[in-house]
Design a protein. Sequence first.
Length: 185
Amino acid sequence: MIVSGPSGAGKTTIVKRLLEACELPLVLSVSATTRPPRPGEVHGVDYWFLSDEEFQQRRSRGEFLECFEVYGRGCWYGTLAETVASSLAQGKWVILEIDVQGMQSVVQRFPQAISLFVRPPSLEELESRLRGRGTETEETIQRRLSVARHEWQFRDHYRYDVVNETIEQTVSNICDLLKSETIHA
């Protein structure tokens, strides 16, 4: 299952609550990255922290379902195929919280993947949410809005376009949607 959407849409909170509230055997895929850990982040829990050399070696061996340099900062992020395959083999639903570009790569390899584009009702609401955080510079907000406008254009490439008005309702709607996917599978 792929969850994408613009920064500020509530994806991370929704995924966390979905893992807690939905009865399906959901597990979050841990992404790999070349960026250094932030305070409190744990290797193998928050991310697989890899050196640039190890990441590029794994990339050249085709070990990623998807991987990209994010925001042109020289840091790479990716989804290791082995971690997804291991969880799928255990009968779990693997949630990939990845960007639009990553979704396109994964869907090429797994066309049956359930993809959800999570977004607020409008770009204006997104800007309001980003500003409401009070944690980002004007430059960062403008960059995130620019990326969001680009990503917004791809929402019809997803199986589901999920409007997040409230976290609780969105989590409930996604869980119901996933249960219906189980019935139709």
